[in-house]
Design a protein around this ligand. Structure first.
Ligand code: NAP
Length: 293
């Protein structure tokens, strides 16, 4: 019997990741809450068999991958009525790619154990482009034997796949990653503003600075988009705000002070209030250009 793979959540990230999983030569089936989205159609055309319910999608699956939005969404697809927990076969391995923070990942794992279901947190970095190209960074928390078993499948979706230790540790690394992304965006927006004020071609600044000590993924991949006022996502502002909320929640019991996180949170919220919730994170520049801050 060949292993069967199910993918729950075929959005910006999930759809291309499920398509890349087809390279594993296992059968890949999928489910999306809203079935008639273009990205779901794209996955279907590539060969992912789409089922109308979670139960149908997961009942025979040995590995169940999830990529939905927030904590409550992951809990809904796992523990909600007709969800994974009630329908997966015993000992199935559930791998969650969503960014949901350490506490939620550990809670979910603890609730699944008595139901004989295995769980790993495996948040990703690399954006929609990394998901399409199969070059994501995947940071995994969970049992090492589960990680080893799943690694060949993760390798169809990612280039750098790192075992980070116990369940929740993938999420912990991912929260650090999101702090870097959010604060880098402040630096990028401010460099773009300075370039404009000094009458520089922004693309010249991007080209030169990308190759030196100031180079960053944000500068190389999102600088040109800011120059062209291209705010299509990529990674949506509503998702980075979720992640900054998760960072702050996870540190609520500490006295750590993160002024860069607070500033980037405030700037993203200004753009959210302008209706930019579903624009890419590079739309932070709108806070500089269209508000008095
Ligand atoms: P997205 O395009 O908005 O997709 C979200 C997916 O979750 C959709 O399939 C959506 O279904 C589903 N969903 C949301 N709430 C649900 C619920 N309550 N029940 C069932 N399904 C639900 O988002 P994305 O960009 O793929 O992001 C997914 C996750 O990856 C997030 O945790 C995000 O932080 C993380 N991530 C994203 C990026 C990126 O660059 N985009 C990079 C790294 C990590 P519908 O189609 O029905 O709405």
């Amino acid at each position: 019997m060949r292993s069967k793979l199910a993918f729950i959540g075929l959005g910006v990230m999930g759809s291309p990741m499920a398509i890349n999983l087809l390279q594993s030569s296992y059968t890949v089936v999928g489910w999306n809450r809203t079935p008639n989205r273009p990205l779901v159609e794209k996955a279907a055309q590539a060969g992912v068999q789409i089922f109308p319910t979670i139960a149908d999608a997961v009942k025979d699956a040995d590995f169940i991958f999830i990529c939905v939005s927030d904590v409550e969404d992951v809990k809904a697809v796992i523990f909600g009525e007709g969800g994974i927990a009630d329908n997966a076969k015993s000992n199935a391995l559930i791998v969650d790619f969503s960014t949901i923070g350490t506490t939620a990942a550990r809670d979910i794992s603890a609730q699944l154990q008595p139901r004989n279901l295995r769980f790993m947190d495996a948040p990703v970095s690399g954006g929609d482009i990394g998901a399409q190209k199969g070059t994501l960074t995947i940071m995994v928390g969970g049992d090492k034997a589960d990680f080893d078993q799943c690694l060949p499948l993760l390798q169809t979706m990612g280039k750098k796949i790192v075992y980070c230790g116990t369940v929740g540790n993938g999420q912990a690394v991912k929260l650090c990653n999101q702090v870097l992304c959010a604060v880098h965006m402040v630096a990028l927006c401010e460099a773009m503003q300075v370039a404009e004020q000094l009458d520089l071609d922004p693309n010249l600044m991007i080209e030169v600075c990308s190759s030196g000590a100031a180079g960053s993924w944000a500068l190389s991949n999102l600088g040109a988009k800011i120059a062209e006022s291209d705010f299509a996502p990529g990674f949506m502002i509503k998702h980075i705000l979720k992640d900054l909320r998760l960072v702050q929640e996870s540190l609520a019991d500490t006295d750590i002070n993160l002024p860069g996180v607070k500033l980037s949170d405030r700037l993203f919220k200004i753009v959210q209030d302008m209706g930019g919730s579903e624009q890419g994170t590079q739309a932070m520049i709108r806070a500089y250009k269209e508000s008095s801050m």
